[in-house]
Design a protein around this ligand. Structure first.
Ligand code: ZN
Ligand code: ZN
Length: 363
């Protein structure tokens, strides 16, 4: 263990009164709760030389990134001097001793510096309302689940994402059919022509996000989308004040496969619908698409908390722009069974309805 250099810790302090300043999502500014001073965050002076490492996916060099390889340095709070414990990923936090908001700048410098940030747009006090909307219509919940549960402490955290732009192009092969029927005397004749189609495909993509943190479930993060990329700001540590922030621990080369898979299925379904125009039956038989991708490193705003109920805890995540809630809820088996019967009843009625119609039509 070694001490981090003192200049590796940056603090957000009020120039008027010396209290901690925090980023206020509603105001979109730095705010001092002590004296009321506010500060606009304008695009930071240091022009962002976009480090968009473009790369041809097919020729990816294997780059191992081991975030735990370096021993964790010890940081000291600028205000009170206390030792601040931070794990390898976290670089923005609040000093537990004095409440000062600090950023560990050695984790956001050089290649680790984010290109952009999506600032928080909603405050954590809106979360109970968001949860109420989330529960609405969830009929399988145990009775009184909401009123009997306790919400754990909320962490507002900027999570690391790679945001991909790029193009997929290549040739896709399809087998297609076209049929026509005509009557000839007592016979109905169907002519079917078979075609082999080759289609040039080129689809451009913009802003496809892939989460770059190994400790958050990928599927959970995917379901938090969409994020509004129009709100992206050049990275500035002042947006982090009062929030936690984690650096990436999955290199962009390692997440590119997920980006490519998402783009490929979209490109194939677009290509399929166009290739099939004018044909009765079309199926893809082969071909391949080459991806040419670029990624930038952007911090996304997410609230995380647990809900405790009957000794179990349930994890939730909330989109810090839109308030969209994602999480797992328990299912009440009794309610579930009644719901099942109800649906069976509806289906039965529908079937009866169909047979009544048939009966009348048959006469
Ligand atoms: Zn102040
Ligand atoms: Zn402190």
């Amino acid at each position: 263990m070694k001490n981090a250099p003192p200049d590796a810790v940056e603090e957000q302090k009020c120039p008027s009164c010396g209290a901690a300043m925090r980023f206020d999502p509603k105001e979109g500014r730095l705010v001092c709760d002590s004296c009321g001073r506010t500060e606009k965050i304008s695009a930071s002076g240091e022009a962002q030389e976009a480090q968009l490492g473009g790369f041809d996916f097919e020729n990816l060099a294997q780059q191992a990134v081991d975030p735990d390889a370096e021993a964790l340095p010890i940081y000291h709070c600028v205000s009170c001097g206390a030792e601040v414990i931070a794990d390898a990923q976290r670089f923005s936090l609040t000093c537990p001793y004095c409440g000062n908001n600090i950023v560990l700048t050695d984790k956001v410098s050089g290649k680790l510096r984010p290109d952009g940030v999506l600032p928080f747009q909603i405050t954590s006090d809106t979360l109970p309302d968001a949860m109420t909307r989330f529960y609405k219509g969830k009929r399988l919940l145990p009775k009184n689940f909401f009123s009997d549960s306790r919400m754990g402490s909320v962490t507002g955290v900027y999570l690391p994402f790679w945001v991909f732009d790029g193009n997929l192009s290549g040739v896709l092969d399809y087998a297609a059919e076209r049929s026509s029927t005509h009557r000839s005397g007592d016979y109905i004749i169907t002519d079917t022509s078979h075609y082999i189609l080759k289609r040039d495909v080129s689809v451009d993509f913009k802003d496809v996000p892939v989460d770059a943190s190994g400790r958050i479930d990928d599927a959970l993060m995917d379901s938090l989308e969409p994020f509004d990329m129009q709100q992206e700001q050049p990275f500035d540590t002042r947006f982090l004040a009062g929030f936690a922030a984690d650096r990436f621990d999955q290199a962009k080369e390692d997440t590119a496969e997920r980006a490519r898979a998402r783009m490929r299925s979209t490109a194939e379904s677009i290509a399929h619908s166009q290739a099939g125009a004018g044909y009765g039956l079309v199926r893809q038989t082969g071909g391949s698409l080459t991806a040419n991708l670029k990624a930038r490193y952007v911090l996304f705003p997410v609230y995380l908390f647990d809900l405790m109920h009957n000794g179990n805890s349930y994890h939730f995540a909330v989109n810090g722009q839109s308030g969209k809630v994602v999480g797992n809820l328990p299912i009440d088996r009794g309610v579930s069974f009644r719901y099942f019967l109800l649906r069976m009843g509806v289906i039965l009625l529908a079937l009866l309805g169909v047979s009544v119609v048939r009966y009348f039509m048959g006469r």
